[in-house]
Design a protein around this ligand. Sequence first.
Ligand code: PEP
Ligand code: MG
Length: 304
Amino acid sequence: MTLSANIGSPEDLDGTEELGVKSVGLFRTEFLFMKSARLPTEEEQYTAYCKARDKLSGGMLIIRTLDAGGDKSFPSIQLPKEANPFLGYRALRVSLDREEMFRTQLRAALRASASGDVRIMFPMVCGMEDWTRARAALDAARAELAAQGEAFNARPQVGIMVEIPSAVFMAEELAREVDFMSIGTNDLTQYLLAADRLNENVAEYYKPYHPAVFRAIHQVVEAAHRHGKWVGICGELAGMPPAIPVLIGLGVDELSMSPRSLPEARHVVLSTSSAEAKGLAAKALQEKDAGTLEAEMRRYIAKE
Ligand code: PEP
Ligand code: MG
């Protein structure tokens, strides 16, 4: 099991060596777009990506392309006011519409991949159409860089976030084409359970340990492994100790979380046997009731 960190800027890596941070499974790039009323230049993005890469001394850095919209607003990007922003114009949907903005980000990420282990990930992929369009944008950025003689890695790993239920159902087809999948359980949970992750009125319906969430993860892991691809989790669930034994048992390959959560997560990983993890995962897949499942998971972790 690989344990990685989620970061929102290169500075988030400062002082994290003692927490054992060696790789980044989710670099949220929104901070670059929040700073000013103009879009960040390619050089500004490139500098930020290289800074994070160099702090990892060769460890994996997964750069997620812009996740605009939803709850996040940006002075540099005009987004329409919407009644249901989480079901609206966000993330890859915005990037695919703004060709130049998207290409600038992809060029910067590709150039940063010239050294180290830099990978690229697309958020909010709905299915094959999104993937095909995002990959075409990446190919265009590659072709431009090659024509200009810029240094970049022509074959970095390129993956998708699985955070929309349709991507779970299309996991087989997507797994055939991507290099990896990282499950964004924050959004996946809100979409599976139809409970806005920020709406306190439905907080009791937003259940991170709901059996449907584990069944979805299982489906994605099985599909990815059939095609020899690895699967991570980069939503909050990855750093929640009661969930970790189940996630191990389901065959998840990587957990990416807030750096502060890493020491405890590492302890849980090291003290969970593979047989116990498999047993708990089997229970999670059979359980009908969210409360019973959560109690079972908590009971196990309290014994450790
Ligand atoms: C997620 O949805 O689980 C995720 C990691 O992305 P974000 O929290 O940035 O939407
Ligand atoms: Mg998300």
